[in-house]
Write a protein that binds this ligand. Sequence first.
Ligand code: ASP
Length: 344
Amino acid sequence: MKPRILIIYTGGTIGMIENQTTGALEPFNFDHLIDNVPKVKMLDYDIDNIQFEHPLDSSDMNPTHWCEIARHIERYYESFDGFVVLHGTDTMAYTASALSFMLENLHKPVIITGSQLPIGEVRTDGEENLITALQIAAARRDNGSPMVQEVAILFENYLWRGNRATKMSADNFNAFKSNNYPSLAKIGLDIHFNPDALMSHKAMRPLQVRCKMDSAVMFVDLHPGIRETTLRHLLSTPDIKGIVLKTFGAGNCPTASWFYEAIHDACERGLVILNVTQCVNGGVIPNRYVGANMLETAGVVSGYDITSEAAITKLMYLFGVGLKPEEVKQYLLHPLAGEITIES
Ligand code: ASP
């Protein structure tokens, strides 16, 4: 049986073309994309595609679009062996994280890819990324089950777990990296999968799609010199339920009493605050320094090694499911889709 792969084209640079008048890159349609990669036809796969009615620059992505992608996967789940999502790079890590939570019990590959240069350009990285993503979506283990059973980002030389990846470069072809989790595969002459890093599902439960995301969340990024009025103002943002607090180093913050009181007051009001480091590598180590310790005492949850993208989308997901703040806090301390490592 030929592998059956569904490509879901959402937009992004990979499918863009230069507007002759303005010189700006604008999304184009899928037929153009496939015309530029005749090699796709050399793969002995059954490939079908659907595209967003209006392909997007991924800066315009929002939870409605995530849901649209998830519903397409749900609808065609049984008819295809794997899914390739073509997406802009700017918010790809957010979409990958969101989908990893929305697609519960996923045991087929959802490979998200895009490119830094449009697929129609001579030096494009889009062609290679598309072909490799298709090959990864079609790959099988010795027992016949899909090699990748999760949402992953394929970019240039690596396959990353979607909810562990971050866009690291606006310029380099190797634009993504997962700083706290090994690559799922290295792409060289061959595709070398890393079985220890790949997710394996023991029980085959039916796919469950939970699309509802609650956008009542925000980032609060600390900087030396942040003022009490600014912090209190941010923490009092109307209709906010959850905050990802971007802290220094291993989860640190100013130790001034006004800082503690502002955070403590916010937690008392029922706000869920998740402590995530500003560092790209490593994570929050509770109890290592006074600041991180103080945040826990105030009621803040430690985010350990979670990425900012996974943190904010996990909050959206947990509130979207309808959980109460105390329940959300509990789930933040448990991996839902391999997004966090908590060492005891
Ligand atoms: N602005 C583009 C997007 O995210 C960038 C890209 O695709 O590389 O849609």
